[in-house]
Design a protein around this ligand. Structure first.
Ligand code: GAP
Length: 445
């Protein structure tokens, strides 16, 4: 299969398309917006849901060695003491003595403020965890934290999950959910925000097998992005240098994507060793070891963790799908999403809004709704509606015209080739499935 050549685009173009077409809006926009906080619109929410569903299916539903959980965002404050986040989840912060802007020290070049040239004060470590209070009293005994990673819930529930699911090591626990970090310098649209969603899996394995599992999950992660259509040349696996390893990790590697501003992390796959289980066992006083009844031995499992960002991945899918075809007034923008990632798989477009066509078009739409994520659109000219569906990446449009009333057939128009085929409504579902499968295959290299 030939490499897909897509034109790509700038971040500004994507931000404006995202707003125009209902992918992403700025939070609280009517009040001037809240900086670096974003809301997903009717199209974006489908995109992000598809990304999460694709991950959950590959990670949990299609495997018998991974189970899921959905834990609370708020956890016992001791969790963050034991995990090391209270002490170590910090970034170096410097403040300009002139304009008092604050920066992450490791993200600025030179020794002076990039805004006003002023000198910086002494750097200090800034903890990224958001604090709040539980209950009606706002004192230190009521302090709780918004989780900065979903992972800790998998460690503290290890025994509950293992005994209730009767899983034997090696096995994993997966979760998708919100995390919060009070980033000093968020930015690049939804890439770095203070509230975001993570898709994480903790894979518990026998000590000594951890390096092998680390390799396995690094390969799995790279293949996952490619399977759902991200081009291989836009992805790389970057192994962490020793001085950038998180405090819990013996080895980490990032899956990076080439964003318009350069390479950026989508996922980190870490070998967390037995750090977390041992730390929680010590702090809680509960034994979190595992008895291996085949080996007749007890050990604290090692953990390999693929940790992916849902928002960053959705942004990468959006950017990677962008293509411009043709020139001048004939230019069309197409998002060439993989059919499982595309917000909608099919759109039903009656040629005219007239009452004569609506009942048949509605019947076709109802038929498709049972099996596909479908949209109904009867506003504006058919040409404009095709362009709109191209811009949100809908793989197929089904047009209901006046001939449909006689021959009970409709036209399927393909997003990528723009070819149109006429099919009887009775065969429509099968014909759509076939075209979507071809498009899935086209996304592979
Ligand atoms: N449990 C390990 C962990 O949290 P991480 O590399 O800090 O590892 C995992 O985070 C993923 O979460 C990142 O690769 C990224 O995709 C996403 N992520 C982290 N911080 C983020 C932020 N401020 N905004 C958006 N996504 C973020």
């Amino acid at each position: 299969m030939a490499k897909r050549t897509l034109t790509g685009t700038t971040l500004d173009t994507i931000v404006s398309l995202a707003k125009r077409r209902g992918f992403v809006f700025q939070s609280s926009e009517i009040y001037g917006g809240l900086s670096s906080v974003w809301d997903y619109g009717p199209v974006g929410v489908e995109l992000k849901r598809n990304v999460k569903d694709a991950w959950w299916k590959s990670m949990v539903r299609e495997r018998d060695d991974v189970v899921g959980i959905d834990a609370s965002i708020l956890m016992h404050p001791d969790v963050w003491v034991a995990s090391g986040h209270l002490d170590s989840f910090t970034d170096p912060l410097v403040e300009c003595q002139e304009c008092h802007r604050r920066f992450r020290q490791d993200q600025i070049e030179g020794d002076t403020c990039p805004d006003c040239g002023g000198a910086f004060g002494e750097p200090r470590q800034f903890n990224l965890m958001f604090k709040t209070f539980m209950g009606p009293v706002e004192d230190s005994s009521a302090t709780v934290y918004l989780r900065p990673e979903t992972a800790q819930a998998m460690f503290v529930n290890f025994e509950n999950v293992q005994t209730s699911s009767r899983k034997k090591i090696p096995f994993g626990i997966a979760q998708i959910g919100k995390s919060f970090r009070n980033e000093i310098t968020p930015g690049n649209f939804t890439f770095r925000t203070r509230e975001f969603e993570q898709m994480e899996m903790e894979f518990f394995c026998e000590p000594g097998t951890d390096d092998e599992w680390h390799d396995y999950w690094m390969n799995f992660s790279m293949d996952w992005f490619k399977k759902f259509g991200i081009r291989g040349e836009k992805l790389m696996l970057r192994v962490h240098d020793a001085d950038e390893l998180p405090h819990y990790s013996k080895a980490s590697a990032d899956v990076e994507y080439e964003f318009p501003w350069g390479w950026g992390e989508l996922e980190t796959i870490s070998n967390r060793t037995d750090f977390d289980l041992k730390a929680h066992a010590e702090k809680s006083g509960k034994d979190l070891s595992y008895f291996d009844d085949q080996k007749k031995e007890r050990y604290v499992p090692f953990v390999v963790e693929p940790a992916m960002g849902a928002d960053r991945s959705a942004l990468a899918f959006l950017l990677d799908a962008y293509d411009e075809e043709g020139e001048g007034k004939d230019m069309r923008v197409v998002l060439r999403f993989h059919p499982d990632i595309a917000p909608f798989q099919v759109a039903v477009l009656p040629l005219s809004k007239k009452d004569t066509l609506s009942p048949t078009a509605r019947r076709v739409y109802d038929l498709l709704l049972a099996n596909f994520n479908a949209q109904y659109d009867d506003t504006q000219s058919i040409g404009r509606r095709y362009r709109r569906q191209d811009e949100i990446g809908t793989p197929l449009c089904v047009t209901v015209d006046f001939d449909t009333l006689d021959d009970d057939s409709v036209t399927i128009r393909n997003r990528d080739t723009m070819e149109q085929v006429r099919v009887p409504i009775d065969n429509l579902e099968a014909a759509i499935r076939e075209q979507l499968n071809t498009m899935r295959a086209d996304c592979q290299e």
